[in-house]
Design a protein around this ligand. Sequence first.
Ligand SMILES: Cc1cc2nc3c(=O)[nH]c(=O)nc-3n(C[C@H](O)[C@H](O)[C@H](O)COP(=O)(O)O)c2cc1C
Length: 191
Amino acid sequence: MTEPASSPAEPMMLAAEWLPEGPNGSLMTLSTLDDGAPDARTVVLSLIDTEGFHFHTDAASRKVAHIAADPRVALTILLAEQSRQIVVQGTAARVTSDEAAQAYADRSPYLKQLAWLNTHAFAALPEDERQDRWAAFAAEHGDDLAPAPGWIGFRVTPTRVSFWSGAPDTASRRLEYRRGPGGWETSLRAG
Ligand SMILES: Cc1cc2nc3c(=O)[nH]c(=O)nc-3n(C[C@H](O)[C@H](O)[C@H](O)COP(=O)(O)O)c2cc1C
C-alpha cells in the first residue's frame, strides 16, 4: 500500500503507478445512470492521462445515451492479481476524434472489425450468416480499416478516486482522493 505521507498529490499519478499499460491493459466496469436507475457493463480502459481515464465505444450504444442525459459515471477497476481495486466517481466527456482514431489503431484486428459489425441488426442474423458475413468482411478489408463510423471516445474526469489494497497479514484499506475547493484531499478508509 502506498503510505498517505508518501503518496502522490494527484490520484492520476497513483493510478499510473498501479495500472498496466498497453494492449493488455485493464478492464473496468463502467456504471451509468439510466433515468436514475444504475446500469453497468465492462469496457476496456484504453488509456489514462493526467486528467482521467479513457474508454471507447459505439456512439449508438445505450451507455452513450445515458452519458448524454447525465454525464456522472463510476468506474470499477479490479486488479485481482495484485489484490487491488480502483473505484472512481466522475464525469464523462467526449475526447477528440484524433484521439479516438489513435485508440482505434491500437485495437486488435478482431476489435477493429467488431466496431464495424457490432449492430443490433447483425446480432439478429442466424449464426451461420453471422459467420459468413464476418469472414467476407475480413476477406474484403483485412486489417486495413478506418475507424468505424460510430467509434467515439470518452474521458472520465474524477471527482473521487479510491485505491483499495488487500493484504494477507493485515486489514484491507483504501486511500481515498477527493477533489476539494483547494485541490485534492486524501483520507484513509476501512477497506
Ligand atoms: C471483456 C469485455 C470488454 C469489453 N470492452 C468494451 C469496450 O471497450 N467498449 C465497448 O463499447 N464495449 C465493450 N464491451 C461490451 C460492453 O460490455 C457492452 O456489452 C456493450 O458496450 C453494450 O453496452 P451498453 O448497451 O450498455 O451501451 C466489452 C465486453 C467485455 C466482456
